[in-house]
Ligand binder design. Structure first.
Ligand code: HEM
Length: 480
């Protein structure tokens, strides 16, 4: 029989494979360096898991388009499996009938353009409240923490879309819920031994206390959801704020059984967890990276501000219709996501069966990471790849919606991010208003070089270790 030829990769150690070769933070950068030596299809063994790292646009197209069906499952990992009620969600469910059905339900009822539009007023309202807060800070000429504010904005907007205004930030329940989300992000960024050493890993996870912490987080989430669901299902407590929320819509499907798949409350809770985990930090972090790039590139900042002020200088607020005219701003977002994609390795995928690609054999159940951070810096695709230059996208047809494989920060194919439009609306609207209403300066005693974009906290969506604190100066626009 023909001997399977695995893609090249660094030589590993017995037992742990290549685990010891992975740095802790900037994993994407580390893998990029390794792939420069070994090629755009690189094979690693993480403990007992075969792993493929994909680092070129050509190979990304093979994986997410040509061979998407073979590469579109997800690995069952300890942390995500637990918090998604054993994969009853959308993002971490393995490929199969179940995932197809849930994806369909969500495409129609959660992510459709009608639904996304129905939450427009929430986004605009939350952005304008943030702008008011910043205005106060501008009056006092005080530094403003953009990082925490953006997280608060996106979390509040998603909470309102999911549950209604009743559960807005400020209530102690919701604050605890948001803390839980932060703890969960940390949990899913931390590898569990059981993910790589199935025989004894569970014991190690128990000894390190990881299993216990995970169980506690899960119980708290579950209790929070139970409270909200009871409240929603209680006929004696009608509340117009809840109508049309994501939870309301999913509970309707649950009650009238109108889908092929019988939705249970556990499915609903798992889907909500996805929306919170995927939908809050990601958009906030993207705005944060964009502002950091603009601070370091004053010429791009000037152009972006001139555009939005030139077109809407006489308005008090730039709304979502206006944003559609801001082509330079959209180029800034693309350029940000090229150089610093929010999820540099996308979400992990897993092969559904053994297959061959690029002349190599890939075993079934191989863990697959597409390194879009590496693709964004590949001189094959980009001129002066390390330069932040939004102009490269002006007049270019490259979009980030999964059609152009040199720029796929939202993934592509069957597993592409279904929240892409919610995300882009949120990011572009926030950024447009931050630039329209304020000039931004470094706090006294600091200069632009002090913004350290290389020192990042590890995770699916790495973020700068230091919060981005800037001094806003009100720019006189027209009337409200
Ligand atoms: C800037 C913001 C965002 C970025 C960069 C982002 C990126 C991604 C990426 C890279 C994937 C994996 C794609 C793949 O495997 O090919 C993904 C999946 C997903 N995203 Fe997003 N996302 C963002 C915002 C959102 C928002 C706002 C929501 C929901 C409200 C959302 C919900 C999801 C879900 C449910 C999945 C799983 C889809 C599946 O596996 O079928 N995302 N996202």
């Amino acid at each position: 029989a023909k001997k399977a030829c695995l893609p090249p990769g660094p030589v590993g150690l017995p037992f742990i494979g290549n685990l010891h070769q992975l740095g802790n933070s900037n994993l994407h950068e580390h893998l990029w360096r390794l792939s420069q030596k070994h090629g755009p299809l690189m094979y690693l063994r993480l403990g007992s898991r075969p792993t493929l790292i994909v680092s070129s646009a050509k190979m990304a197209r093979e994986i997410m388009k040509t061979r998407d069906l073979e590469f579109c499952s997800r690995p069952v990992l300890t942390a995500t499996n637990k918090i998604t009620y054993n994969g009853l969600d959308l993002a971490f469910a393995p490929y199969g009938d179940y995932w197809r059905e849930v994806r369909k339900i969500c495409a129609v009822h959660v992510f459709s353009s009608i639904r996304v539009q129905s939450f427009r007023s929430i986004r605009e309202d939350e952005v304008s409240r943030t702008i008011e807060k910043i205005s106060k800070s501008a009056l006092a000429s005080k530094p403003f923490n953009l990082t925490t504010e953006m997280v608060s904005l996106t979390s509040t907007a998603i909470c309102r879309a999911a549950f209604g205004k009743t559960y807005e930030i400020g209530g102690s329940d919701t604050n605890r819920f948001l803390e839980l989300l932060v703890e969960t992000q940390a949990m899913i960024s931390n590898p569990f031994f059981s993910d790589y050493f199935p025989c004894w890993g569970w014991l190690a996870d128990k000894l390190t206390g990881m299993s216990y912490r995970l169980g506690k987080i899960f119980e708290e989430f579950d209790a929070f959801y139970n409270g909200i669901i009871d409240d929603n299902l209680c006929p004696n407590r009608p509340n117009p704020e809840r109508e049309g929320t994501i939870l309301d819509v999913l509970l309707q499907i649950y009650k009238d059984g109108s889908f092929k798949l019988q939705l249970t409350l556990e499915h609903i809770k798992a889907i909500l967890t996805d929306i919170f985990l995927a939908g809050t930090d990601t958009s906030a972090i993207t705005v944060n990276w964009a502002m950091a790039f603009l601070m370091k590139n004053p010429e791009a900042m000037r152009k972006a501000q001139e555009e939005v002020r030139g077109l809407f200088g006489n308005k008090g607020f730039v709304d979502e219709d206006d944003v559609q005219q801001l082509s330079y701003l959209k180029a800034v977002v693309k350029e940000t996501m090229r150089l610093q994609p929010t999820a540099p390795l996308l979400l992990p995928r897993e092969t559904t069966r053994e297959c061959s690609i690029g002349g190599y054999e890939i075993p079934t159940k191989t863990l697959v990471y597409v390194n879009v951070w590496a693709v964004g810096r590949d001189p094959e695709n980009w001129e002066n790849p390390y330069e932040f230059d939004p102009d490269r996208f002006m007049g270019s047809s490259i979009d980030l919606k999964g059609n152009d494989f040199e720029l796929t920060p939202f993934g592509a194919g069957r597993r592409i991010c279904p929240g892409i439009f919610i995300a882009l609306f949120t990011v572009e609207l926030s950024l447009a208003n931050l630039l329209h209403k304020f000039d931004w300066e470094m706090p006294s005693g600091m200069n632009r070089e002090d913004i350290d974009m290389n020192d990042v906290l590890p995770g699916i969506s790495p973020r700068m270790r230091d919060d981005l604190c800037l001094v806003p100066k009100a720019y006189a626009t027209g009337h409200k």
